[in-house]
Design a protein around this ligand. Structure first.
Ligand code: PLP
Length: 437
């Protein structure tokens, strides 16, 4: 019998865990190292989701271990009103790396928290309260972040924050507006803001956007859209928050995805990838916005704000990413992965679309390329087969699109591991298509 089926483990899990979404993999994960996690039978599983889209340095990076061990021994957690060197150093480093005039940071633990703080600051700075995001967005599970999350989880909890609005993200594979056969994102943007202006009470505070909407189906905002969005915000006195939880710190082949568009947001929020698996997030904003919020009594006093241990990890993550050329590596490994996926598309008619940037790629599974009809059961079958074969791939299933695999291996992934992932995926698709026909 597989050690993954240990009855006592599953009985305790069933009896004592709150289920927080989806179902658990029927595996007991015992350890993780590099690009792999290992189950109770010591079976290696290639981690093409970087844990929860976070472990950009793979698992158990020796230098991160050293930082954690040293800080656990010497400087771990402090009274929230105390400062330490790692916090000030990480804030300075973020100011050096972040686009434009973004130079003041607050260090927190999770992505939702960082977005919560950015939204609160935007409200305080503008004196307004309306917050807009995309209909396919995911910004987190706390109150303001959840109110700005439309891809899932809205039902059953009573009213969201008053003044929450959504507009559709431009979706080039299934465009609402087309010109000469391509997505007319300008018309999409104009149409969305026309509708928004009709609904707003005149209190627009902020727009919060992911440069690539990950949980919404790996929808890559077309080049130019983000600048257009920034202009719409400027015209209305709204602040632009760019949430780079998944795209930040090299993942897309640039340090931050918004650099591609040359857009300087009013707030940049970072999380998952910044701590590379350790809970660490940051809100980065301009001195002018920070001064204004401070004057107006900004309060965001949390237990783990400005904690030295995660800040030291974040500093080391940035040092390794820069020193080892991992931004460029994301671009070249991403190109290799994309080439392999396009070859698979040539073999399998159920691969409708391949999109994304660097090492954040999406593969949309459809019934066939002609009809583009969503094929949720096939997508789920491929995902299950991948796991059986030793490849962890995450598929998002949303009603309006086919299942979309979000492929995001660690930036340290080797060419051999990429090729292995492609081989396993090819086998999983082949087996699943055969079984379904
Ligand atoms: C783009 C984005 N923002 C924010 C979050 C929330 O981060 P956390 O789960 O760390 O609160 C997520 C989580 O998936 C995310 O994908």
């Amino acid at each position: 019998m597989s050690k993954n089926s240990e009855p006592r483990f599953w009985q305790k899990a069933q009896q004592h865990l709150i289920r927080y979404g989806g179902s658990f993999e029927p595996l007991i994960i015992e350890r993780a190292e590099g690009s792999f996690v290992y189950d109770a039978d010591s079976r290696p599983i290639l981690d093409f989701t970087s844990g929860q889209m976070s472990s950009i340095l793979g698992h158990g990076h020796p230098e991160i271990l050293e930082v954690i061990a040293e800080h656990a021994r010497t400087l771990d957690h402090l009274f929230s009103g105390m400062l330490s060197r790692p916090v000030v150093d990480l804030a300075s480093k973020l100011a050096e790396l972040a686009p434009g005039a973004l130079e003041r940071s607050m260090l927190l633990s999770t992505g939702a928290e960082a977005n919560e703080a950015a939204i609160k600051m935007a409200k305080l700075a503008t004196g307004n309260y309306e917050v807009v995001s995309f209909a396919q967005s995911w910004h987190g599970m706390t109150s303001a972040a959840a109110s700005a999350t439309y891809s899932a989880g809205r039902r059953g909890y009573g009213p969201s924050a008053v003044g929450s609005f959504a507009i559709p993200a431009p979706y080039p594979y299934r465009p609402r507006f087309e010109r000469d056969g391509v997505c007319d994102w300008q018309r999409e943007l104009d149409d969305s803001f026309h509708l928004l202006d009709r609904q707003s009470n005149g209190s627009l505070a902020a727009f919060i956007a992911e440069p690539i909407l990950s949980s919404g189906g790996l929808i890559d905002l077309p080049l130019g859209y983000l600048s257009g969005l920034k202009e719409k915000c400027r015209e209305r006195g709204m602040l632009l928050i760019i949430d780079e939880a998944q795209t930040g710190v090299g993942r897309t082949g640039l340090m931050f995805a918004c650099e591609r568009d040359g857009v300087e947001p009013d707030f940049l929020t970072l999380s998952k990838t910044l701590g590379a698996g350790i809970p660490l997030s940051a809100v980065v904003t301009t001195a002018a916005i920070e001064e204004l919020c401070h004057e107006r009594g900004f309060l965001f006093y949390t237990t783990h704000v400005s904690d030295p241990l995660p800040a030291a990890v974040g500093l080391k993550v940035l040092e390794i990413v820069e020193r080892d050329g991992l931004v460029q590596r994301a671009a070249s490994s991403g190109a290799r992965l994309e080439r392999g996926l396009r070859e698979l598309q040539g073999r399998f008619d159920c691969i409708g679309d391949i999109r994304g940037r660097g090492l954040l790629l999406g593969v949309e599974i459809v019934k066939d390329r002609q009809s583009k009809e969503p094929a949720a059961p096939l997508g789920s079958a491929i995902s299950r087969r991948c796991m059986e074969l030793g490849l962890s791939m995450n598929i998002v299933q949303l009603p309006s699109l086919g299942g979309v695999f979000r492929i995001a291996p660690p930036l340290t992934v080797s060419d051999r591991e990429i090729d292995l992932g492609l081989d396993l995926l090819a086998k999983a698709i082949g087996d699943s298509v055969r079984r379904s026909s």
